[in-house]
Design a protein around this ligand. Structure first.
Ligand code: THU
Length: 130
């Protein structure tokens, strides 16, 4: 992906993030997944008064993608209001792994549009696969 495309994707993800339901933590996260056909799937974190039921943005986007026929993640972009690029939680790394391959591009960003490009191998070395 060209730098301009990455910045445009981060900007789109920042807009999606506005829909986050982060009533308890006030920490809004947005995610966009691009699948093998180029279709985009969006997700935000959805919190709950019963805290353990909270769903992260990455998993919301991936589950929406799978619901809509996605097979593989080509690109996933995640943004939050963090000092540097956001660092996805361990559970989301495992879920990203399930639908990733070596070419999957992971874009970690923030509201200032600082970003880091990475891979699932880097984020979850020796991750579980069945
Ligand atoms: N959160 C995400 O959406 N993704 C992550 O990778 C880390 C955490 C959400 C869950 C919760 O709503 C809030 O951020 C604070 O943990």
């Amino acid at each position: 992906m060209k730098k301009e495309e990455i910045i445009a994707l981060i900007e789109e993800t920042i807009t999606v993030r506005e829909n986050a339901y982060a009533k308890y933590s006030n920490f809004k996260v947005g995610a966009i997944v691009i699948d093998e056909d180029g279709n985009k799937h969006r997700g935000v974190n959805v919190e709950n008064g019963s805290f353990g039921l909270t769903n992260c943005a990455e998993r919301s986007a991936i589950f929406s993608g799978i619901t809509n026929g996605m097979k593989e993640i080509k690109v996933i972009c995640i943004v939050a209001d963090t000092t540097g690029p956001v660092s996805p939680c361990g559970a989301c790394r495992q879920v990203i792994k399930e639908f990733s391959n070596k070419e999957t591009l992971i874009v970690l960003g923030n509201l200032k549009k600082d970003y880091k490009l990475t891979t699932i191998e880097e984020l979850l070395p020796y991750g579980f696969v069945l």
